[in-house]
Ligand binder design. Sequence first.
Ligand code: GLN
Length: 189
Amino acid sequence: MRVGVLGLQGDFREHLTVLRSLGVDARDVRTKEQLQELDGLIIPGGESTTIAYLLEKMGMLSALRERGAQGFPIYGTCAGMILLARELNDPYPENRIGLMDITVKRNAYGRQLDSFEVDLQIKHIGEFHAVFIRAPKIVRVGSEVEILAEHDGVPVLVRQKNLLASSFHPELTGDPRVHKYFLEMVARG
Ligand code: GLN
């Protein structure tokens, strides 16, 4: 199984480390051609406007939209989740992959709470220590979206068929179980 991590900007190295610790052939992906060789892709946290700009510039945005719509597994963390969201309560980034039926508000957890850590209860996984950094908030989920975890009644880990998205950063805490969950999605194709 070959899984890519979008390496245009953001904390992609941490995702590669987690995937490699699980014995996965993990690749740092920066071109449209590299996308063809993958069984799944992680889009890391970072700055969603920057990642969206670079994705478009590299011709990868439409490629990802097409592949994602055909069942290619994509997991977006934080900024990656913003890129997957169909609707945004923010004018930017205008151009996104936009395949997941959720509405997301950027930087919505408040200035004084820019970053925080909580223990979540995740469906199929159990208790999970989660780190939020200037996290986007999911303010609406469509009927096809399964909520896998909530914090204060707000969804923070959601799945829609081949798409997975989290407001938090599972790559930062050394606990690989969310990545393992995504790898099972990839394995089932
Ligand atoms: N605030 C960032 C954005 O809007 C996301 C933060 C993150 O990825 N940690 O792109």
